[in-house]
Each structure stands twice: as structure tokens, then as C-alpha cells.
Design a protein around this ligand. Structure first.
Ligand code: ACO
Length: 331
């Protein structure tokens, strides 16, 4: 069987940096509160004319170039996002497919909240290892700033914009020394769906002109419930993946969690009796970029020289749905 290999990883963030002090000019908050409760110092926000597919296209183009694959050879584009250019359709993946001239590719969006990248990696692997696709472009892209309620200090300070993209192909196409996905674990706890949602604009509460409260179109979250779910999700994912793949936590070089809140990661590390340093944390720079946060983290590790050939990492995601899960990757 052909194994799925990661040929390239590239990222992009918008140029505009929004600091905690900037947020304190918008809502009643402070750098001290945000940093002490979340670990965040700044985030990147898009310009008014930029949408999710713009970031996804930049990251995707860079990933195709570094992989050295031709546009014609891409069979599938998967865009993991919770902040699509348009509500539900057309898929953001289709807009990226067109912008990159991927004429032979199918394209669809994958909606799994902040676990979108983890789900996307396993989906790409399934397509490749089943032989249904030879080359897959996986994009995790988000513009959370445009769907945040900028009057709600409980949520708007938490999010940032960004994108990451990976090109994956089968080992029978070469790339033997490239990173391999050893295993994944995906779960859903739909009973918690109400903890993190956009209440209106879908078929449950369709937009009604003059009646829909505009804030119901934006992100709403019960922070306490998500916090408790997230700590448990990280612990369960890591212990299950270690058992499932036979990779011990000592063998794992680094755990790469979704960057939602540094305190969630600290609490999970404590429960797992692992040092905090085992977890890569860069929330300070980017805040929570949902499906883009794990590729942004992995890319920073590669650039800093802390993720190298021969290392084994575990990714862990958790988010709206509620979804959770992770991947074990031999780099
Ligand atoms: N600035 C100042 N004060 C604030 C802010 C802010 N930005 N946000 C909330 N507060 C206030 C609240 O109003 C509240 O005040 P009150 O007691 O007068 O009502 C007080 O701080 C405490 O609120 P808590 O909700 O108890 O604060 P907590 O310490 O739990 O932190 C947080 C809130 C950061 C949202 C936390 O619950 C959390 O991290 N939850 C996890 C959810 C998460 O990270 N989601 C990210 C997106 S989803 C995902 O990726 C899974």
C-alpha cells in the first residue's frame, strides 16, 4: 500500500498586526487580562477586501511551489475552514482551486471547527492510501476577525487570521524521506454543539430581514464549557493515540496542540504529568487561528529547527462541533 507523505508545508498570515493594546481600544479589556488568561499578545487581521480563499490561495501556491508539483497533477483540494468566503456555498476550496489553476482537481470544504486541520490530514491520507487520489492540496485557512463580535470582549480578543497548506502524495510517487502520518483519531461530541456556534444564518434560524439580530450571525461561545471540554479532549486524544499507534510519549519529540488558550494546554500537560515544554506554544503571536493554528505551529518549528527529519510529533485539535482528535506524524 502507498503511504501518504507530506511533500511541503507553507503558511501565510495577513500583514496587519493587532496587539492587545489595539483590542483595548475596541472593547473594555487590557493586555494584562488577555495575556494572563490566554497567553495571547497579538493576532493578525486581514484587510477589509481580503477573504479566506485569498489567504488559502497564497499558502497553497507556496506549498505547490515548494513541493515542485505541477498544477495539473493535483487531484483534490481540501479546505478546512469554519470561516468560508460565503455561507456554505460555494466552497472556499473551489475558489482556491480556480485561483491556482488546478484544472484536474475536485474540491470541497471540510467543516470540523478548530479540529479541521487534524480531520483534513486524515481525510487526505485516506484518499491517497486508498488510491482515490495521487496528490492532494490540504489547506487550513481562516478569517475569524470578520466573524467575531467586536463588541463582545469574551470572544473577539481570542481570534486571529491565517492559513497553512500542505501537499501530500503517495510513497509510490517518491518522497520516501518525507513526513508520514502514522495514525489519527477523530471524535465528535455533538451534545456540546451549543457551546460554540453562529446562531443564525443557517436553516435552523435563517436570516430574516429586519428580525435577525446581527450579532447572532457572529461567533458565540460559552468559554467555561469549551475550556473544560478542551482539557479533557487533549488528554484523551494523546493517551488514545499513544495506545493506538504504539508510540510512547517518551518517543514523541513534541506535542503540537491547537492554539486556543495557553492555560488549556498547561492544564492538559498537568493532567498528563508531562512538562509544559513538551507542548509547542505560539499562541502569543497569532491567537486562535482555528484550522490554521497547527500548520502555523509546525511551520514555525521547522523554521526554528525544532522539527526535523526523524522526529515524531502528535497534533491535537479541539473545537466547534464539538470535535476533537489528533494525528501522529513521523517527520
Ligand atoms: N477582558 C477583560 N475581561 C474579560 C475579558 C476580556 N477580554 N473576557 C472576559 N472577561 C471577564 C468576564 O466578563 C468575566 O467578568 P465578570 O466576572 O465580571 O462577568 C471575567 O472576565 C471572568 O470570565 P471567565 O469566563 O470566568 O474567564 P476565564 O478565566 O474562564 O477566561 C476564556 C475566559 C479565556 C474565554 C476561557 O474560558 C477559555 O479560554 N475558554 C476556552 C475557550 C477557547 O479558548 N475558545 C477559543 C475558541 S474555540 C476553540 O478553539 C475550541
Amino acid at each position: 500500500m502507498s503511504e501518504a507523505k507530506i511533500l511541503s508545508l507553507e503558511v501565510t498570515v495577513p500583514h496587519r498586526i493587532v496587539t492587545n493594546e489595539d483590542m483595548a481600544r475596541i472593547v473594555d479589556t487590557s493586555d494584562e487580562w488577555i495575556h494572563s488568561h490566554t497567553g495571547i499578545r497579538q493576532r493578525h487581521h486581514v484587510d477589509p477586501d481580503q477573504a479566506t480563499s485569498d489567504l488559502g490561495t497564497i499558502a497553497g501556491r507556496k506549498a505547490l511551489e515548494s513541493a515542485g508539483v505541477s498544477p495539473e497533477s493535483v487531484d483534490l483540494v481540501i479546505c478546512a475552514t469554519s470561516t468560508s468566503d460565503y455561507i456554505n456555498f460555494p466552497a472556499t476550496a473551489c475558489i482556491i482551486q480556480d485561483a491556482l489553476g488546478l484544472e484536474n482537481a475536485g474540491a470541497f470544504d471540510l467543516l470540523a471547527g478548530c479540529t479541521g486541520f487534524v480531520y483534513g490530514l486524515e481525510t487526505a491520507r485516506a484518499y491517497i492510501e486508498s488510491g482515490l487520489a495521487g496528490t492532494v492540496l490540504l489547506v487550513g485557512a481562516e478569517v475569524l476577525s470578520k466573524l467575531s463580535n467586536m463588541q463582545d470582549r469574551n470572544t473577539c480578543v481570542l481570534f486571529g487570521d491565517g492559513a497553512g497548506a500542505l501537499v501530500l502524495t503517495g510513497s509510490d510517487h517518491g518522497g520516501d524521506a518525507r513526513p508520514t502520518i502514522l495514525g489519527s483519531w477523530l471524535r465528535s461530541k455533538g451534545s456540546g454543539a451549543g457551546a460554540l456556534m453562529r446562531r443564525a444564518g443557517g436553516t435552523r434560524n435563517p436570516y430574516v430581514h429586519g428580525q435577525t439580530d446581527p450579532t447572532d450571525l457572529l461567533i458565540e461561545m460559552n468559554g467555561r464549557d469549551v475550556y473544560m471540554f478542551a482539557v479533557d479532549a487533549i488528554v484523551r486524544t494523546i493517551t488514545t493515540l499513544a495506545e493506538k499507534t504504539g508510540v510512547s510519549l517518551e518517543q514523541v519529540t513534541r506535542i503540537v496542540p491547537h492554539q486556543a488558550n495557553e492555560r488549556i494546554i498547561e492544564a492538559a500537560a498537568k493532567r498528563l504529568k508531562l512538562p509544559k515544554e513538551k507542548f509547542f506554544i505560539n499562541i502569543e503571536r497569532y491567537a486562535n487561528t482555528s484550522a490554521a493554528s497547527i500548520p502555523l505551529a509546525m511551520n514555525q518549528m521547522v523554521e526554528e529547527g525544532t522539527l526535523n527529519h526523524g522526529d515524531t510529533i502528535i497534533t491535537v485539535g479541539f473545537g466547534a462541533g464539538l470535535t476533537y482528535g489528533g494525528n501522529v506524524i513521523a517527520w
